[in-house]
Design a protein around this ligand. Sequence first.
Ligand SMILES: Nc1nc2c(ncn2[C@@H]2O[C@H](COP(=O)(O)OP(=O)(O)O)[C@@H](O)[C@H]2O)c(=O)[nH]1
Ligand SMILES: [Mg+2]
Length: 205
Amino acid sequence: MFESRPDRSAEVVLVGRSNVGKSTLMRELTGHTFDTGQRPGVTRQPNHYDWTSEDFVITDLPGFGFMSGVPDDVREEIKTEIVRYLETHAEEILTAILVVDGKAVIDIIDRHSGPDEIPHDVEMFHFLQELEIPVVVAVNKMDKVDDEDERLDALCDRLGLYPPWKQWQDTIAPITAKRGSIDALTDAVGDNLHDQQRDDLLKFF
Ligand SMILES: Nc1nc2c(ncn2[C@@H]2O[C@H](COP(=O)(O)OP(=O)(O)O)[C@@H](O)[C@H]2O)c(=O)[nH]1
Ligand SMILES: [Mg+2]
């Protein structure tokens, strides 16, 4: 399924549930319009934004997790493909941007936490860490959130990061992609790339 990837040695990926704003963020990062607000689950192919001359690609992976109208087995298949993609390209992926919906994420995590259930977002966060891929969590749709600090502290808690969130500004980036308000994210990704001696890629963030 995921055979469209250009062969590049440096990559930044966007991962997250359907409808959290990945395509909107992709548009803000690249200036190129991708399908946004599509019926969840329709996009099963990654979107690649490719800079051949820079040997660099930004990839918007398909949404994972619950999608209405998408059968369980298809959903599982998509998740398996995403996991395989990340494993296969872990070396090239310099940063993963895990996009979550700031308004809904805590409720979703808590609803799916149980003795034998790990919420998808939390699982993905830990999986990326296991692969040693640096993660920045883009907490999107902050325009819909009033209690910003409490939300972000709660999110840190669920991800196993000791609150307050302000000490994790390289990892937790509150944004409103729809309004182009993404500085917290571009700063965090930039710091990350700098730490990896990839200042050549800073111009993209
Ligand atoms: N309120 C609000 N809505 C947003 C924001 N970013 C994206 N959206 C909306 O969320 C919906 C899903 O966005 P999309 O980019 O398609 O999400 P994707 O499925 O993760 O690619 C669309 O209706 C967007 O307009 C944001 O910052 N604030
Ligand atoms: Mg999308």
